[in-house]
Every structure is written in structure tokens, then in C-alpha cells.
Design a protein around this ligand. Structure first.
Ligand code: ASP
Ligand code: MG
Length: 367
């Protein structure tokens, strides 16, 4: 089994020791365990801010070497904590784990995985700990996979090792029908198809990284999203498969801006334009600097989208209509579209809470 622990699960020594305990318990049930770790807590941000104190435009090669350090700290400490519990463990950097990438620093793509050393460690009875988020390029340079990339490391290793499944462990005990902090009636799902999970993630749900889900789909990997403080094997199973027919979840994206028509769209990079609506561009600001620094002549309008995932929202007009009515209850002049296995409404950011709630009530709570 491959287990991945996110940054908050290894944020301090006590939590690292708790993870060590959980890993050892899993190992003692008789399975081979490979553990992928993120950097402790806020480490990656702290390293990036140190770099920005020195340079407004630090070299990408140095930046990758710098931020790959975070995961190396947590992997070694976790290996030591496991050894303290009496089990053999060895930690490995991305390069030692055979994560081969292209040369695109800070956002490298995994090209191939050659986990010979991990296999050897497992054969020797070791628990293998792998630094997430990093690899080595074909020219031998340390690369990183983009923010949140430890999920990707876990997925590609699961496929390369032929592991049964990959458990992604975080503060949240699974994937919910909506954000449970906003919608108390939201229910945890037992299973979810990768197709539906990808739509949820691309529509703003935060539980699993879209890139890792896409890798899981491409490689036929089953994921389990569970909580670090609950037993291994509990949570939501995310299994290969297409977007479901029934409505499975509601996701919200708050990092969007509408640029009015009249802006020269050719000056915008294609990847940030989420959609063109009557000549206006819907901009995905997730990886952009804050909007007030954009130096535009026209004010970008902060908007949100709330999406419901399920093919019946496209194929069954009665269900589409139910979604439209739910949006209209809580939004003035909404814009909506229903394509590609989901229904999405674009609304003013202040209306998103209400729309999320009414869509959940209309489409999910009544199921
Ligand atoms: N530490 C990296 C980040 O903060 C990678 C990860 O957490 O998955 O983006
Ligand atoms: Mg992190």
C-alpha cells in the first residue's frame, strides 16, 4: 500500500510520531508500506518567502533545490520516528525513488518512474519513506511537481509499484457531497468515481489535487481519501470510472474573476481563461498574483462558480430545471451552463453561500 500524508499531518514532532504509529500499525497487518510525505506545515511557503526576500525573480533551478528541502526534512524525521517504534525504515528523495521528470522547473511533469531502490527496500522488509513533490530531470537536476504535488508522487508510485491502492491522508476524513464546514448536511461519500472526482476538483473542491486524480485515471489507480487520525482503510474510495449519472456533489470555486469584453484576450495565457461568456473572459486566478496587482484599465469583477456534478444535469431537463430554480432563489442575474457532466452557475461572490446551500438541498439532500 502507498500512504500519503499531507503537510498538516506532519506539522510537528508529535504529529510525525502519530503518523509513525499509524504506519507501523498498517505494516504489522502484514502489508508492504510505502509512505509519501509533504513538507511540515507551512514549510514550503516559508522557503518561498525566504527566496523572495532575496530576489524578485529567483532562478528556477535554485528554487527547486530549495523547496525540495521541505519534504526531505519530514521524510527523514518520519523514518527516525518509525525506527524508534522498532520497525526498519529508510527514506528516499524523489531522485532516489526514481521519479523521472521533464526539465520544466517548479512545474515538472513526471515522465517515468523507476522505483528500483524502493522495491529493494521493501524486499529487505523496510518501510520506505518517499519525499513527495519532487523528482529528477533527465538532465539530472532536482525538479518539483507544482504546489500540492505530493499527491501526484503518491499516485505515480502506486502505479509503478503495482500497489493495491493509494491512501491520501489529511485532516478531512473523505470526500463530502459539499464542503462540510459550509453545508452541515453534507454527507461523506463511501465511493466516488475518478471521473466525478476530477470534475469536483476542477470545479474548486479542495480535497484531492486535480492533477493527481488525472494521473490516477490515466494509470488506473484506486485512491482512498481518509483522515490521518482515523484507522487506515476508512474514508472515501475513489475508483476508476466515468462521471456518474446521478448528482454526486456540489463544488464551489471562489478564485475567479470576470474580465469585461473589450479586453485583448490574446494577451492572456490560455490556461487562465476558464471560459468565454459573451466576449467576457472568466479568469481562473488560482495561480495568479492578487487581482489588485494586475495593472488593467478595467476592474476585474470577483465572481464565484458553484457546480453540481452528475451527467443527469445535462441529459435530464427536469433535473437541470431544478438546478436553475435553486440558483435563482439566491442569486440576481446568474449565468449558467450545463455541459460535460455538470451544471455550473456563475454568480456574484457574495451569493455563493446561498447558492451552494440551495443547490445541495435541491439536488442532493432530497435524493
Ligand atoms: N509541500 C508542497 C506544497 O506545499 C507539496 C505538497 O504539499 O504536496 O505545495
Ligand atoms: Mg504542502
Amino acid at each position: 500500500m502507498v500512504q500519503k500524508y499531507g503537510g498538516s499531518s506532519v506539522a510537528d514532532v508529535g504529529r510525525i510520531q502519530a503518523v509513525a504509529q499509524r504506519v507501523v500499525e498498517t505494516r504489522r497487518t502484514g502489508v508492504d508500506v510505502v509512505v509519501v510525505v509533504s513538507a511540515m506545515g507551512n514549510t514550503t511557503n516559508e522557503l518561498l518567502s525566504l527566496a523572495s526576500e532575496i530576489s524578485g525573480n529567483p532562478g528556477r533551478r535554485e528554487l527547486d533545490l530549495l523547496i525540495s528541502v521541505g519534504e526531505r526534512v519530514s521524510m527523514t524525521l518520519l523514518a527516525m520516528a518509525i525506527q524508534e517504534l522498532g520497525e526498519p525504515a529508510q527514506s528516499f528523495t524523489g531522485s532516489q525513488s526514481g521519479i523521472m521528470t521533464d526539465t520544466h522547473h517548479v512545474a515538472a511533469q513526471v515522465l517515468e518512474v523507476r522505483p528500483h531502490r524502493i522495491r529493494r527496500a521493501l524486499d529487505e522488509g523496510q518501510i520506505a519513506i518517499v519525499a513527495g513533490f519532487q523528482g529528477v530531470s533527465l538532465t539530472g537536476e532536482v525538479t518539483t511537481l507544482g504546489r500540492g504535488g505530493s499527491d501526484t508522487t503518491a499516485v505515480v508510485l502506486t502505479a509503478a509499484l503495482g500497489a493495491e491502492y493509494c491512501e491520501i491522508c489529511s485532516d478531512v476524513d473523505g470526500v463530502y457531497t459539499a464542503d462540510p464546514r459550509k453545508i452541515p448536511e453534507a454527507k461523506r461519500m463511501d465511493t466516488l468515481s475518478l471521473g466525478s472526482a476530477i470534475q469536483m476538483a476542477n470545479s474548486g473542491a479542495k480535497v484531492l489535487l486535480a492533477e493527481a486524480l488525472e494521473q490516477a485515471e490515466a494509470r488506473g489507480v484506486t485512491l482512498m481519501a481518509g483522515a490521518t487520525n482515523k484507522p487506515s482503510g476508512t474514508g472515501t474510495r475513489v475508483v476508476p470510472g466515468d462521471v456518474s449519472n446521478e448528482v454526486v456533489g456540489i463544488a464551489r470555486d471562489n478564485e475567479l474573476y470576470l474580465l469585461p469584453s473589450g479586453i485583448d484576450l490574446s494577451s492572456l495565457s490560455g490556461s487562465i481563461v476558464a471560459r468565454i461568456l459573451n466576449g467576457s473572459a472568466l479568469i481562473n486566478a488560482r495561480n495568479l498574483p492578487p487581482a489588485d496587482s494586475w495593472s488593467l484599465k478595467i476592474e476585474p469583477v470577483p465572481v464565484s462558480t458553484v457546480s453540481a456534478i452528475g451527467k443527469s444535469l445535462v441529459t435530464n431537463p427536469a433535473i437541470t430545471e431544478r438546478a436553475i430554480q435553486a440558483v435563482k432563489q439566491n442569486a440576481e442575474n446568474p449565468v449558467w451552463w450545463s455541459t460535460n457532466g455538470q451544471f455550473t452557475a456563475m454568480i456574484k461572490r457574495g451569493e455563493a453561500d446561498g447558492v451552494e446551500r440551495s443547490l445541495h438541498t435541491a439536488l442532493i439532500s432530497t435524493n
